[in-house]
Design a protein around this ligand. Sequence first.
Ligand SMILES: Nc1nc2c(c(=O)[nH]1)N[C@H]1C(S)=C(S)[C@@H](COP(=O)(O)O)O[C@H]1N2
Ligand SMILES: [Mo]
Length: 315
Amino acid sequence: MLIKRPADIKSSEITPEAVYNDRRRFMQTTAGLALAPLFASAAFAESMPNGQKLNYLQPKQFASSEPRSTFEQITHYNNFYEFGTDKYSPAELAQKLTVSPWSIAIEGEVEKPGVYTLEDILKPHSLEERIYRLRCVEGWSMVIPWVGFSLGDLIKRFKPTSGAKYVEFTTLSRPAEMVGQRRNVLDWPYVEGLRMDEAMHPLTLLAVGLYGEVMPKQNGAPIRLVVPWKYGFKSIKSIVKIRFVSKPPISSWMRSVPSEYGFYSNVNPEVDHPRWSQGRERRIGEFLKRETLKFNGYGEQVAQLYQGMDLRKYF
Ligand SMILES: Nc1nc2c(c(=O)[nH]1)N[C@H]1C(S)=C(S)[C@@H](COP(=O)(O)O)O[C@H]1N2
Ligand SMILES: [Mo]
């Protein structure tokens, strides 16, 4: 990560005044955060009602000059098949989901496997805001101010072994509350996967909120993945299991339609979906389409992960 913790910043470092003042401000926030709980209210552990405020930092490198999609757009145009296959049902049907208590099983090629409560998972991490573009494979996009922390920082705590080459993520299975799971539109529960270096990349986020508030249920409460250079379906919601494995996991979409969805699913205007072009996208709320950027515009940060790979073959 590019963020310096106060302890790493030597007082002997000579910096121009403007930078110094900025850093001082940053350090003050960071120092304050060490004492403050992650959540503005200690009631977080018992319940996470929609709308509850989070405490978080705003590191500069994840800011964006692009206008954000509105809270209304982000929370009322969702893909969450566990709550229906249309974009409008999750906002309503996901409100039935019980998100507390919540735990995550850490399994597979790892030195510290176990079932951890959400509080255990979150405790050592400070939250930060990251404004990321999300590009859905269907051809629309949004700009979302997530609140979360790097997945890589979590992974390091559980010490994956040398056999851990990939990470598999699984969503909750609870048809009593997830009404979409009563129909076989996908092979439930929803599964996704990343290569280890993708999972460790500093851009890869575990998000627990957006617009400074606890994650709305329809957006994947209480904790979901956000991988901004890949199509949106890689960003799995409501995670209950993280498993370290030696072989590439088979995601729900690969299992369902292997000719259309590959393991990598990097946003790529040069590789069309078999049934439509991926060259353009519609930002939700806008009329005219815009060009889709390779790796969703994050190529400078992630292109080297795929050097030498034929991205038509590894789509
Ligand atoms: N468990 C689960 N995760 C999921 C999905 C889903 O249906 N189930 N849909 C994916 C798709 S296709 C997209 S585009 C994003 C949408 O996230 P959002 O609704 O927060 O914008 O979530 C992804 N994560
Ligand atoms: Mo999507």
